[in-house]
Design a protein around this ligand. Structure first.
Ligand code: PLP
Length: 384
């Protein structure tokens, strides 16, 4: 049987490739995975259990439970003062992963150009390629705090006939969160150049020192944006596979057309649990406060051992430079895990512009972080 060229030409995930190595080893402290170390808060789990006990084991409507869509629409209105019709403009998906794939497949024709900021989340470019689109990279650099240059965005969108721009704020892998001014600038360029925006806001509840500003808050952006968000990160619900999309009715209809033939609906018990999650403010606040303590610890320990960092303001990642060690990202990560049993992700897993960096996730206990940074410091001193 012959596998399609489109699939063959996409390389395997740099994270998976690396973690296959880590899985063969014992006693590794992992700063590798982009996944909360917390168990889903009890009242959310209880809602999932109760739904099973009550016999909720069937399909829901393709778009998802009306109660959940209404809660999401209310939350978006409270946060961004933007009204989404829960019947027509919201779709519940199996995670942001499905939501992103549906968004790309609904918008992209063969050969359409989609712009992605790099370093970027590992799934963005492959899904564009699977859909037959062309990826146009807009690099960001350490020197500009991993924030994209407005001039560069303008130039690319104007000259390269970009149909869709993908924005992930706060960002995986850098942890950088764009401030209101930058989000406004990007939004204005999208309007001028008639470019659609996919706004992946999966970490928007994990911004530490200030509020989060969404492109949806810019006048005229609701009509050209597809907002993706979910429950995996801020509610520690990665295994439940639940997320959502908010967007213009005709785009939601297109996405739902693919969704109804492929996924049918998100799992009902996860949807029931998500209803409870939206109401669980205290649990979310506690987890966020703990991430913030870990963020400060991570930043101070990395800086202390001489690794330069752009201060992460959101998500649970930091992307320090390892250029001064003289090792490539892959060499650094491989040597570190083999010699000191600390796993990090080579920056190149997030695109070529990630060379010279590693991604450290602080979604691990402070105790483990301290062990990891002690070992990492020894490693750096030994290779100097
Ligand atoms: N988007 C970003 C930026 C992510 O970092 C991740 C997971 O790491 C996802 C989407 C996928 O999220 P989900 O678990 O909701 O599919």
């Amino acid at each position: 049987m012959k596998v399609s060229e489109k699939v063959k030409e996409v390389p395997p995930s740099g994270i998976r490739e690396f973690f296959d190595l880590v899985l063969q080893m014992d006693d590794v402290v992992s700063l590798g995975v982009g996944e909360p170390d917390f168990v889903t808060p009890w009242r959310i789990r209880e809602a999932g259990i109760y739904s099973l006990e009550s016999g909720y084991t069937s399909y829901t409507s393709n778009k998802g439970l009306p109660e959940l869509r209404k809660l999401i629409s209310d939350e978006l209105e409270n946060k961004y003062s933007v009204k989404y019709n829960p019947e027509k403009e919201i779709l519940i998906t199996s995670g942001v992963s499905e939501a992103y794939d549906l968004a790309i497949r609904s918008l992209v024709e063969q050969g359409d150009k989609v712009a992605v900021f790099e370093p970027s989340y590992v799934s963005y470019s492959p899904c564009i390629k699977f859909a037959g689109g062309d990826v146009v990279k807009i690099d960001t650099s350490f020197d500009s705090g991993f924030k994209p240059s407005t001039d560069k965005i303008k130039r690319v969108l104007k000259n390269r006939d970009i149909k869709v721009l993908v924005l992930n704020n706060p960002n995986n892998p850098t942890g950088v969160c764009l401030e209101e001014e930058k989000v406004r600038e990007i939004s204005e360029i999208c309007k001028e150049e008639d470019t659609s925006l996919i706004s992946d806001e999966i970490y928007s509840k994990l911004v530490y020192d200030r509020g989060y500003f969404s492109p949806l808050q810019v006048k005229g952006m609701k009509e050209r944006s597809i907002l993706l968000d979910g429950f995996s990160k801020s509610y520690a619900m990665t295994g439940w596979r639940i997320g959502y999309v908010a967007g213009p009715e005709h785009v939601i209809n297109a996405m739902n057309k693919i969704h109804q033939y492929t996924m049918l609906c998100a799992p009902i018990m996860s949807q029931k649990a998500a209803v409870e999650a939206i109401k669980s403010k205290k649990e979310i606040k506690d987890m966020k406060e703990e991430y913030n303590r870990r963020r400060k610890l991570t930043l101070s320990r990395l800086t202390e051992m001489g690794l330069k960092c752009v201060e992460p303001e959101g998500a649970f990642y930091v992307f320090p430079s390892i250029k001064e060690t003289g090792l490539s990202s892959k060499e650094f990560a491989k040597k570190l895990v083999k010699e000191k049993k600390v796993a990090v992700v080579p920056g190149t897993a997030f695109g070529e512009s990630g060379e010279g960096y590693i991604r450290c996730s602080y979604a691990n206990s402070r105790e483990n972080l301290k062990i990891a940074f002690k070992r990492m410091k020894e490693f750096i001193n030994e290779i100097k």
